[in-house]
Design a protein around this ligand. Structure first.
Ligand SMILES: Cc1cc2nc3c(=O)[nH]c(=O)nc-3n(C[C@H](O)[C@H](O)[C@H](O)COP(=O)(O)OP(=O)(O)OC[C@H]3O[C@@H](n4cnc5c(N)ncnc54)[C@H](O)[C@@H]3O)c2cc1C
Length: 358
């Protein structure tokens, strides 16, 4: 075990992790962030690094963001910035105007944390021990590390259907977040499909159907009934723009090589296939919180999300351990809410340490 006990270790590098780091660093908690390593469904910089335009993060209206980003992000990480998107330019003046892209926004957050002295380690935390006086963490490489406070900000990952054609059209008409992406130009004035039969699938279908530019929304349900609550089912069934397609699964996402143009559906009743024309598919079959490595060391709900032990505080059931972002939120799952609870976790950690030291 290493000799040094850190004041604060943050696990995770999405909006929650970097916001916690910014607040913790400015409060002289000298935070260390374990940012994780790249995996197919989970990468450093978090879920936003998988997406293109982010139109709903406050403070980032579409504009000539590239010049700002280039000036703010350290040159040695410019290689990680995506090329300018095409087809989104606003026609305000001769300068390119478009919304900030997911990776750009995350690089800015990371830079802000670095500017205040955050130390970053590119490794995963593999296991934890919260039974002693001081929380202890085991990284994938190297010895265990300890910290008086730990902020868990490891996020969640959206579940997908697992079709190769779905993978091909991610960000080109396939999304796992209607609230995030539904209003993007790519999806405007086109029929759309939502896949899933639970409350969040109905929530997503209703959200899309209520956009004034929306055309029609198919809700693709595997069985002859939904898992959604009665009130949510009624909402979908009564909505004039929503058509429920019962007993069906998506067999293939169809496209023209650039964007989604339709779906081939397969009947779960008789294996027959049919096609619908849609400009987008929103997968709403749940999320998986990244909590396996905790091995039950803090209280979680049935779906594996960390439970806060006090309402509106980020404390967990383990002493000195706080949770922020999607890993403790199975409801809102937005960048801004994650950043907000990241801030809360750092403030909670700071106050916890101040009380201990009094
Ligand atoms: C396709 C897509 C588009 C989206 N678009 C928008 C949008 O437009 N606007 C919006 O507000 N929200 C959007 N969201 C949702 C938003 O991305 C999430 O709500 C937000 O990223 C959650 O932030 P977080 O910090 O809690 O966790 P995450 O962003 O999930 O980050 C968690 C981080 O923890 C790391 N990690 C996990 N386990 C470990 C470990 N054991 N050790 C070390 N590191 C670990 C991961 O590598 C990852 O970097 C979108 C999501 C998706 C999937």
């Amino acid at each position: 075990m290493s000799e040094k006990i850190e004041k604060t270790i943050i696990i995770g590098s999405g909006p929650a992790g970097w916001s916690a780091a910014i607040y913790a660093a400015r409060a002289n908690l000298q935070p260390v962030v374990y940012e994780g390593t790249p995996k197919p469904e989970m990468i450093p910089l978090g879920q936003l690094a998988f997406t293109t335009e982010v139109e709903n993060y406050p403070g980032f209206p579409a504009g000539n963001v590239r010049a700002f980003i280039a000036s703010a992000v350290s040159r040695d990480r410019h290689y990680n910035l995506p090329p300018a998107p095409t087809g989104y330019e606003h026609e305000k003046d001769s300068l390119p105007h478009y919304a900030v892209q997911g990776i750009e926004l995350m690089e800015l957050m990371k830079q802000q944390a670095i500017n205040f002295g955050t130390r970053i380690i590119s490794d995963d935390i593999e296991s934890v021990d919260f039974t002693g006086n001081v929380p202890s963490l085991k990284p994938a490489s190297g010895d265990a590390v300890s910290a008086r406070t730990v902020i868990i900000a490891t996020g969640a990952r959206a579940n997908y259907l697992g079709l190769p054609s779905e993978e091909e059209y991610k960000n080109k008409g396939v999304s796992a977040c209607a609230v995030c992406d539904g209003a993007l130009p790519l999806y405007r004035a086109k029929p759309l499909a939502v896949v899933g039969g639970g409350d969040s699938a109905v929530e997503e279908a209703t959200y899309l159907a209520n956009l004034d530019r929306a055309d029609k929304v198919y809700l693709i349900v595997r069985r002859d009934q939904m898992r959604a609550s009665k009130v949510m089912q009624d909402r979908a069934l009564k909505h004039p723009k929503i058509e429920v397609v019962w007993n069906s699964v998506v067999d293939e996402v169809l496209g023209d090589g650039k964007v989604v143009t339709g779906l081939r559906l397969k009947s779960t009743a008789d294996d027959s296939t049919s096609e619908i024309q849609v400009g987008g598919m929103f997968v709403a079959i749940g999320h998986t919180p990244n909590t396996d490595f905790l091995n039950g060391a803090v209280a979680m709900n049935d779906a594996g999300y960390i439970q806060w032990s006090n309402a509106f505080r980020t404390l967990t059931s383990a002493k000195g351990v706080f949770a922020a972002g999607d890993v403790a939120d199975d409801y809102y799952r937005q960048a801004i809410t994650s950043a907000g609870t990241g801030c809360m976790a750092a403030l909670d950690a700071e106050r916890y340490l101040a009380e201990l030291d009094e």
